[in-house]
Design a protein around this ligand. Sequence first.
Ligand code: MG
Length: 331
Amino acid sequence: MNVLIRSIFALTLTLFGTVQVANAQAANISPVAQHGKLSVVGQHIRDQNRQITSLAGPSFFWSNTGWGQDRFYTAGAVETFAKDWNAGIVRAAMGAQNDGSYLDDENGNITRVQTIIDAAIANGLYVIVDWHSHQAERDTAKAVEFFTAVANAYGHTPNLIYEIYNEPLNTTDWATDVKPYAETVISAIRKVDPDNLIIVGTTSWAQDVDTAADDPITGQSNILYSLHFYAATHKKDLRKRAEYAIGKGLPLIISEWGSVTYSGDGLMDEKSTHKWMGFAKKHGLSHLNWSVSDKDETASMFKPGASSNGGWTTQDLTPSGRMVRDIMRDW
Ligand code: MG
C-alpha cells in the first residue's frame, strides 16, 4: 500500500467511525430529550430549538373496559413502539362514551390511560391523551373533571398533549356546540397548565378544518386542530380542505388516520396512504395511526392473539401493521 492509499484508507476508517458514533448517539436520544418542550408557532409544532417538529406514532384503541383492545394498554406495548417502531408519540384513547367508558368505569380507564402516559414518559415519547367521544359536549363537566386531573398530574412534563374531543359528528355545529365546549375545557386546563399543546376536534369526524379555519379559537396559545383521514375513503377533496385551512394559518395535526375505509375495515389503500404521508411530510404534520388492536378489522395492526405486552415480530402484524411500522421507522 503506498502512502496515498494508506491515508485514504485511514480517512475512510475515521469517517466510518464518526458516522457510527453519530448514529449511536442519535439512537440513544429519545424524542423528548431531542425536542423538549413543544409549542405552536404559526401553523407548526416547533421544538425547544424552534425547529418544525413532525412526529409519527400509533393510536391505541378505545380504552373501554371489556371491549378487548383495552388489554394493549401496557408499558410493554409502549416500549416496543419506542424501541422497535421508532415512534415519537403515542395516543391513549380514553373511552368517553358507550359501555365501559370513563363515564361507567372511571378507575379502570384511568389506570389504563395512566399506564400509557407513564410508559411514554419512561421511554421519552410524547403522549396524546384523547377524550375519545363523538358527543363530548353532552358531558362537558366530565371532560373538565378529567382534564383538570390530567393537567394536575402531568401538565409539568414536556411529554403531555391534550386532545379534548376525538370526533364531533357531522350533525354537531362548530360555532354553537364544539367551539363553546372547547373554550370551556381549554380554560379549565389553562388554570392548571399554562402551556402544553391542546388539540381541538373539528366537526364531521375531524374533517371540517375549513370551518375551524374560518372561525378559530382566539385568545389562547398552543392550540392545534385535528384532521382525521381514512386513506381508502378520503383523498384529494379532503387534502384540498386541509390546504385551505393551512393557507389561512390553521395549525393541524393528524391525530388519527387509517390505511383503510372510514369504518376501520374494508380495503387497505396503500397508494392513497403514501399520498397522505407525502402531504404530512410536505406540511410538517404529525400523525398517529389507528389502531393498536387485534380486532378482526383491517385497520388493526395486529393479528388475533398478538401479545398485550409488546415484543411483537413481523409475523404478528397485519398488512396494515407492517406498512405502518415501515412508515414510522422511516419517518
Ligand atoms: Mg405545562
